[in-house]
Design a protein around this ligand. Structure first.
Ligand SMILES: Cc1ncc(COP(=O)(O)O)c(C=O)c1O
Length: 485
């Protein structure tokens, strides 16, 4: 900058904009190009750094380059490498590049997308994107939806919608049913929506970690007998712990018979509905009263992109509709996000989904998701053949769970410890990051194939590391005699 600084002028000249944009793009491209070499679990030894970074708001600004240096060289690497090919832990997020372009466009053009009148065409694109998701999921045209920051917020809105529709003002008698494997965001959503923890029933699962409908029926009957008002059952189209898909059709039948709202948490798994060979697994998904989606998982978008679809769109509108004297009159012809969700001012999540989907097309999503499923099936088969590995949950979609046992690992406690060590040691090698989950008494190792950058070669390397670390752990655990035999 050559001109003397006018402190009140926050804008930049076109040449400055370009230079700053180029500087960022250069870093981003280099970062993405090196993802495959970065350790999958990142370098999390950052306590000192975190403490040293605490500082008051700067009075004067700094140049961009040193800030980018710090971010890309020091700060960003000290996190899980979630967009990398080796990220098989938790439920991987995405970060496809077109979404970043959409964000740059929406953040710089910065149009107000809270009400239809202020950006009608941009909101039509958002409505289209929501409608595309609706069609993929097989929901009817009465459906309306909402882009949210994630699955948790989608579920929160769904619970509030069901509560409003079925309980009205009488919240206290209302009861909600989830399985022991439901994501913890569901109970949290219930609490936020005014349904206290003592009104949420946690149901047992079957041997495949799926919600037991007989247990649901018993719990509902007991609550009715006690004068309570069962109103909502939440099932999972892919649990976080083991990837289990609840019996969605059976639950839909039961919910319809009993007048319950059936919300399906498809944050992890719903986008696998795009894959024809998984239709049977997800059968019943399209019968949901409401459905949580996480485009930042199954559509590989950057974090901050969730979605909710509600079959009875009028119910979602009834929950959120609001007007103000200073705003234009409400209208019903076009999609108006503030009438379907809690936000007024917000960013443009629809543009992110719209541009990405326009650029890729559905076929590429279908191919990518189909590949992730096939890779998980293949990897689970390979791992099941490794001495000591017991496959507890084969992949229904793209996630499987297992534990380690063998001579010297007879007790549950020993097996849990060994399985935990296995996850830690494989992750420490850097090529892949894997995580486990405590499921009841057992600690399970998990592999979730959902990073769009995970391809066969990286999974082979991950399997090699799993195989080698299993062998090491079994050798360490074996009774001394056996070890020397
Ligand atoms: C099955 C399931 N539901 C809900 C969530 C919460 O979604 P979000 O993290 O987008 O809020 C997750 C997150 O991993 C999940 O796996």
């Amino acid at each position: 900058m050559t001109s003397p600084l006018d402190l009140a002028d926050l804008d930049f000249q076109p040449a400055e904009l370009r230079a700053m944009g180029d500087a960022v793009l250069e870093r981003v491209v280099a970062h993405l190009a090196s993802l495959a070499e970065q350790p999958s679990c990142g370098d999390l030894d950052a306590e000192q750094l975190c403490r040293s970074l605490r500082e008051p708001a700067p009075e004067a600004g700094s140049p961009l380059e040193p800030l980018l240096d710090a971010l890309f060289d020091d700060y960003i690497p000290r996190s899980f490498t979630t967009p990398g090919p080796g990220y098989l832990a938790y439920i991987p997020g995405g970060g496809v590049f077109p979404a970043a372009l959409a964000d740059l466009i929406s953040n710089t053009t910065n149009r107000f997308t809270g009400i239809w009148q202020s950006a009608p065409v941009l909101l039509q694109l958002e409505a289209n994107a929501l409608d595309w998701l609706r069609e993929w999921m097989g929901l009817p045209s009465t459906t309306r939806g909402l882009f949210t920051t994630g699955g948790s917020m989608a579920t929160f809105n769904a619970v509030a919608c069901a509560r409003e529709r079925l309980l009205g003002a009488e919240l206290r008698p209302g009861t909600v049913y989830v399985s022991s494997q439901a994501h913890h965001s569901v109970t949290k959503a219930a609490r936020l929506a005014g349904i206290a923890a003592d009104r949420v029933r946690t149901l047992p699962v079957d041997a495949a970690y799926r919600l037991r409908v007989d247990a649901l029926a018993s719990a509902v009957a007991a609550d009715r007998a006690a004068g309570l008002r069962p109103f909502l059952v939440v099932s999972s189209a892919g649990t976080t712990n083991t990837g289990a898909v609840d019996p969605l059709d059976e639950i839909a039948d039961y919910a319809a018979r009993e007048g319950l709202w059936h919300h399906v948490d498809g944050a992890y798994g719903a986008f696998f509905q795009l894959v024809p060979e998984l239709h049977a697994t997800l059968s019943g998904l399209s019968r949901a009263d409401s459905l949580t989606l996480d485009p930042h998982k199954g559509m590989f978008l950057p974090y901050g992109t969730g979605a909710l679809l509600v079959r009875d769109g009028a119910a979602l509108r009834a929950l959120h509709s609001a007007s103000a004297g200073y705003l234009p009159e409400l209208q019903e012809q076009f999609y108006d996000p503030s009438q379907y969700g809690p936000d007024l001012s917000r960013d443009a999540p629809g543009l992110r989904v719209w541009l990405t989907l326009k650029l890729y097309g559905t076929a590429r999503y279908r191919a990518a998701l189909s590949e992730k499923h096939a890779l998980a099936v293949w990897a689970a088969e390979q791992l099941a053949g490794v001495p000591g590995v017991v496959l507890d949950a084969p992949p229904a979609l793209s996630l499987f769970a297992f534990h380690l046992e063998g001579p010297g690992l007879e007790s549950l406690e020993q097996q849990n410890l060994a399985t935990r060590r296995l996850m830690e040691r494989v992750t420490a090698r850097g090529a892949v990051m894997v995580s486990g989950a405590q499921v009841g008494e057992r600690y399970l190792g998990r592999v979730c194939v959902l990073s769009f950058r995970t391809r066969r070669a990286r999974l082979e390397l991950g399997l090699q590391h799993l195989r080698e670390e299993c062998a090491r752990l079994l050798a360490e655990a074996a009774p001394t005699g056996a070890r020397h035999a």
